[in-house]
Ligand binder design. Sequence first.
Ligand SMILES: *[C@@H]1O[C@H](CO)[C@@H](O)[C@H](O)[C@H]1NC(C)=O
Ligand SMILES: *[C@@H]1O[C@H](CO)[C@@H](O)[C@H](O)[C@H]1NC(C)=O
Length: 337
Amino acid sequence: MNFALVLLLTSSCFTWSTAVYLPSTADPKKLKYLLEPPVYPEVVGPRGGNVTLPCLLISKPNNYKVKWTKLEPEHVGPENIIMMSNANDFKSYGRLGPRACLRKAHAMDASLQLSFLELEDGGTYRCELINGIEDENVEITLRIEGVVFPYQSKNGRYRFTFHEAKAACAEQDGTLASYKQIYRAWTDGLDWCNAGWLRDGTVVYPIIHPRAACGGGSLPGIRSYGPKDKNQDQFDAFCFTSKTSGTVSYISGSFSFRQADHACSRQGSQLALVGHLYAAWHFLQFDRCDGGWLRDGSVRFPISFPRERCGGAAEAGVRSFGFPNKSMHLYGAYCYR
Ligand SMILES: *[C@@H]1O[C@H](CO)[C@@H](O)[C@H](O)[C@H]1NC(C)=O
Ligand SMILES: *[C@@H]1O[C@H](CO)[C@@H](O)[C@H](O)[C@H]1NC(C)=O
C-alpha cells in the first residue's frame, strides 16, 4: 500500500438517492461483518451521473477500517485505493478520490458514492473491512450505461495500431470498449464484419448472423483473434461512449464539408463527433433520414425507427456513407452544442 498517494481530505459528503438492491439468498462463504452484496451486484449509471456502491456492516468489530479499491485487471500496478476510513473519518485517494465520498447514511453504512461518472469508471470495486484478524471484502460492479460503435480510419479498413485505435476513440468522444461492453452490445444486436481492437489489446468482431463472408461458422458469437501486437498489427476500433452534456441537431442543406462546418459555427455549435451522434441515437432515439457531415469528415445518419425509405436495413442503427470527397455538395450537417 502506498499512502504517499494522498491527494486530499474529503471534507463534505453529498446525499442523493441510493441504489435499490436485495439481500442475496444462498451464500456459500459466510460473512461475519459485511452484508453479502446483492444477487446481481451491479450498479448502473450514465456518464455524468452519480451512483452509490452499497457496502453495509452487519456487525462491528472493536477496531476496524474500511478500504475501497477499484480492481484494474487490465493494468498491473499498485493497488488502486479510492477511500480509507475508520469510525470517525475518511480520506480519499487517486484519480477517483475527488469524486468519491462515503455515504454514512447510518452507523453501519460504508457505501461509496461516486459523482460525475466518467467513461473509465466502469469496473469492479472492492469494499474491504480490515480489523487485522478476519479481513473481509465484497465486490460490486459499476457499469457505465452507454453504447459501443465500430470505428474505421478515413484511410480505409484495418489501419489502426492499438495505440491509434485508442486515440481515434478518444477523438470521437469515446474510449476503447471492454470485452463486457462489446458482449453487451452484441446481445443488443451488434453484428459487425470487421475486426476491431478492445481495451485489453485483443481483437474481436461480433456476429449475430453467421455467414461465409464474415469468417463462416454456424453459431452467433464474439469472434476473437486473441491478443495482437499493439505496435505492429492493424485493425479497426470498437469504441464506447455514454451520455453527453450537449445536444445534437441537424441542419439540412447540400453542403460541402467546409460549408457544413460553417453552418454549425453560425449557430454557435460545432460539427458533431461520431460519439455524440451515437449517444443521441442511443439515449434520445435521435432519428433522421438525412446524411450529414461529422467533424471527422464522415457522413452518417441515425435511425431509431427503421423504415423502407431510410437505408432499408431492418435494424435501428447509425448508418454511414464513409468518408466522401469533402468537396461534394450533397449532405447536411450534424452539429453539437
Ligand atoms: C451529482 O452530485 C453532484 C454533487 O452533489 C451534484 O452537483 C450533481 O447535480 C449530481 N448530478 C446528478 C445527475 O444528480
Ligand atoms: C474531390 O472532388 C473534386 C471535384 O470533383 C476533385 O477535384 C478532387 O480531386 C476530389 N478529391 C479526391 C480526394 O478525390
